[in-house]
Ligand binder design. Structure first.
Ligand SMILES: [Zn+2]
Length: 436
């Protein structure tokens, strides 16, 4: 654990182009963020690594990309219209608005005045919108508050079109929207966020086994991503705290700068969702077991992760302050190579020809294989420092000797070790060090 403060991370993210405050030229838009050139690469890597692990490398999971705006009937059947709300109170003194269940005692956290709260009112977290040109009865719809329901309503389509047998899963990534009352902790809790969810359908008798297996698999994925296992833990929800539909929920938590908090939840949702949608739609959403010659409603195990939370955990975990050869502090984002937004940087020692020409040639040779960056500004020391701070695992330096020996220097981010390799062997030498 780097014990980085959230403020330090927020400022590094803005300065280096990972995360910008949204609408900042208009004074900002509370708890909304835009991902910059490095943030978008980091995000893409997280999503690709998840897709690879959950879909492509498995034989029993397929993908889906369902619409954000669906029939309002979906959210009636899922229980979101009825049950998806938080108790909200207003402070009459300062007009601050809070979640009643987040308050500690009768004192307002903003103005410090006690006992001036309104009665708690239920506030639905779904964003409403109008579909069509006229605001009339029946035109109201919602932005999805989770991607999972898009999967349940397509269960029969996927089953029929792929001829799958149980057990199998359907995975989806995409934006979801919740009109949260209490936001904060940077990109941890925002109204617009990206989810990676997978619904794994299995026979009821096998559901507990699959539930345990998916907890193990998902935890290992974070370790493989390079997160320190000491900063990961499981939080098993006691049975009295479970949602009405759940037969078991385990959160994978990360040790963020403010303490342990959720990274991903794995839930045993039983047959709740399919049963609800079958009843509300009048369509059959079950499975025919040929061997047993019987129909039944599969049970569902759901690992549900938040992309933005994973990015924050990766940034916290990677943040390290090391010493350079002169004993000065050197800030390093020690991302694992597959996670790092820039994999290899090409740094020419001079902007002048013929070094520049050779450098561009070296860059063109590796650009198709990895996320690369070309940087010929400022001193070489400052450029190394900048690449360390954005987490680039390897730098390739082209110098005056390169013109003679047709070789370049590979510099390692973590050890600062430098090795000379022929340009002809550069791709293989980089691949050996990166592992991909
Ligand atoms: Zn107040």
């Amino acid at each position: 654990m780097s014990d980085v403060s959230l403020d330090t991370l927020v400022s590094l993210c803005k300065q280096r182009g990972f995360v910008f405050p949204a609408s900042e030229i208009y004074g900002g838009f509370g708890s909304t963020y835009d991902y910059g050139p490095l943030g978008v690469e980091l995000k893409r890597n997280v999503k690709d690594l998840w897709w690879r692990s959950v879909v492509r490398e498995r034989s029993d999971v397929v993908g889906l990309d369902s619409a954000i705006i669906q029939s309002p009937n979906v959210w009636e059947a899922s229980g979101h219209v009825q049950n998806f709300h938080d108790p909200m109170v207003d402070c009459l003194e300062c007009k601050g608005r809070f979640r009643a269940d987040h308050l500690e005692g009768p004192t307002c956290p903003t103005c410090g005045v006690a006992g001036r709260f309104t009665e708690a009112r239920e506030f639905n977290l779904m964003f409403r919108t109008q579909v069509g040109p006229v605001a009339e009865a029946g035109s109201e719809a919602y932005l999805r508050p989770e991607t999972a329901q898009g999967i349940f309503i397509n269960f029969d389509h996927v089953l029929t079109s792929t001829r799958r047998r149980l057990p199998f899963g359907i995975a989806q990534q995409g934006k979801s929207f919740r009109n949260e009352i209490t936001l904060g902790n940077f990109i941890f809790r925002t109204r617009e966020f990206e989810q990676m969810e997978m619904e794994f359908f299995c026979a009821p008798a096998e559901s507990d086994e699959w539930y345990q297996r998916w907890i193990d698999l998902r935890e290992q994925w974070y370790v493989d991503l390079g997160i320190d296992p000491d900063n990961l833990r499981r939080d098993v929800h006691p049975s009295e705290k479970l949602s009405h539909y759940s037969a078991g929920t385990t959160d994978l938590q990360y040790r963020y700068p403010w303490g342990w908090d959720e990274l991903e939840g794995i839930a045993n949702r039983t047959d709740f969702d399919l049963t609800q949608h079958a009843a509300a739609s009048g369509k059959r959403l079950d499975y025919f077991d040929q061997e047993a010659n019987e129909h039944f409603v599969p049970h569902v195990i759901e690992p549900a992760a938040g992309v933005d939370r994973i990015m924050l955990a990766l940034l916290c975990d990677a943040y390290t302050v090391l010493q350079d050869e002169k004993g000065n502090d050197r800030t390093v984002l020690a991302f694992s190579p597959r996670v790092a937004p820039v994999t290899v940087a090409v740094l020419p020692i001079s902007r002048k020809e013929p070094v520049a020409e050779l450098s561009r040639k070296v860059w063109a040779g590796i650009r198709p294989h990895w996320a690369t960056q070309y940087d010929d500004t400022q001193s070489i020391g400052r450029r190394y420092r900048r690449q360390d701070e954005i987490g680039t695992p390897l730098c390739v330096t082209v110098d005056f000797d390169s013109l003679e020996d047709q070789a370049v220097t590979i510099r390692d981010r973590d050890t600062q070790e430098q090795v000379r390799v022929p340009i002809a062997n550069l791709e293989g030498a980089l691949r050996d060090r990166l592992g991909f």
